[in-house]
Ligand binder design. Structure first.
Ligand code: GMT
Length: 379
């Protein structure tokens, strides 16, 4: 198939999933066309049947905001037409509602392009916080030929927030074990934890919703009982406050802020525990990445996290904000070598359920189904 992928190209999970999906499909022989305003972070190397089309929405002195949606719609029309795509896969209803324009324009040219939209969460929670976006998100979902959600919880939230006229297929996020697996990085470990301390990690884009200050508060309680180090991986709006809090709590020397990292798997390989206390999380790809590297997870129980992290098996889950309980669970695990080893094995086994090798065929099958149903469609 010739597949166009429209995504948000940043370090966020949706961009990662869109890119890895495209690369995986390309390995299986499909021709993949990424359409986005910047090269996606994980699209680093040349691959024969992968193409990248940059959306160029230059600033124009007359306009206060660059007209990104218009530029995107035009680029989609161009790529679908000249590359003769079979299907478009759009990651996020917002900001990619512009796809609806492209469909109409192409229809005027006698071309029906089927569109699959994958919901990743933030577009849905955005509407939860601001109803002003609801009509556009609802329209994008209802006008798609196929809609997928990355967890059952996100599907349920979408159905309760919007008037949805079509079926939503749950296709879970996935992990590539070629890359995410436990490898021997003892030399890193010696630098970060020279006295054999436990290593705890958190990865995110440091948005408010990630509750990074909870990560610090949990760690403060951990380090009082178990000699440990905390790796804070990623960057974003809350990083500064978080660093300040570490200083105020007197744990600055035990916490390393590493910023955005490309080879996260090399850091996860030396970790004993992963913390993700998010306020809302449609899936929690970061938790899955940790589990694939045999790292148990202490998380909140929000959104899709309970579908990934299994309480008492791969880690523990608590109510959002219950840092005391999360710290107790963490200490319980870190102090018990046997239990930790069992949870590590369980985390890996659970992550294997989300192996890219199992999930890619689900997308391929779904594309075929959507294309089949779109034949002879005129609206
Ligand atoms: O969580 C973020 O801030 C990033 C966001 C994104 O758009 O990349 O992540 C969302 O999509 C990921 C991939 O499907 C999920 O693993 C995250 O749980 C989801 N984030 C939220 O729902 C807040």
């Amino acid at each position: 198939m010739k597949i166009g992928i429209v995504c948000y190209p940043t370090y966020g999970g949706s961009g990662v999933i869109a890119t890895e999906l495209g690369l995986g499909l390309a390995r299986k022989g499909h021709e993949i066309h990424f359409i986005t305003y910047r090269r996606p972070v994980r699209l680093a190397h040349f691959q024969a049947n992968v193409f990248y089309h940059e959306v160029d929405s230059e600033d124009y002195p007359l306009f206060e905001y660059p007209p990104y949606d218009t530029a995107l719609a035009s680029k989609i029309v161009d790529v679908v037409h000249y590359q003769n795509l079979d299907i478009l896969h759009v990651h996020y209803a917002i900001p990619h509602a512009a796809v609806a324009y492209s469909k109409k324009i192409l229809l005027g040219q006698g071309r029906y392009i089927p569109v699959v939209t994958t919901l990743h969460g933030t577009d849905i929670t955005l509407v939860g916080n601001n109803r002003a976006f609801a009509p556009v998100v609802e329209f994008s979902i209802n006008k798609s030929d196929g809609v997928t959600a990355v967890s059952q919880s996100l599907k349920d939230d979408t159905l309760s927030l919007f008037k949805i006229e079509r079926d939503i297929r749950v296709i879970y996020n996935f992990i590539d074990f070629e890359r995410f697996r436990k490898t021997n990085k003892e030399h890193f470990k010696k630098i970060i934890a020279p006295n054999g301390e436990r290593i705890v990690a958190h990865t995110s884009n440091f948005r408010k919703v990630k509750r990074v200050e909870d990560v610090v508060c949990i760690f403060k309680k951990i380090v009082e009982k178990v000699p440990s180090k905390l790796l804070m991986i990623g960057d974003g709006p809350e990083r500064q406050n978080c660093e300040q809090l570490c200083r105020e709590l007197g744990i600055g020397n035990d916490v390393r802020f590493l910023g955005k990292q490309d080879a996260i798997e090399e850091l996860l390989a030396i970790c004993d525990l992963f913390l993700i206390p998010s306020e809302s999380e449609s899936f929690g790809l970061a938790a899955l990445e940790a589990m694939a590297c045999e790292v148990p997870v202490i998380s909140s129980n929000s959104g899709g996290l309970p579908e990934v992290n299994i309480h008492g098996v791969t880690g523990f889950l608590s109510e959002v904000g219950n840092v005391t309980e999360m710290a107790q669970y963490a200490i319980q695990l870190l102090e018990n070598e046997e239990m930790l080893a069992q949870f590590r094995a369980n985390a890996l086994a659970q992550a294997q359920r989300f192996d890219i090798e199992n999930i890619l065929p689900e997308y391929e099958e779904y594309y075929r189904e959507v294309i089949r149903k779109s034949v002879n469609k005129v609206e």
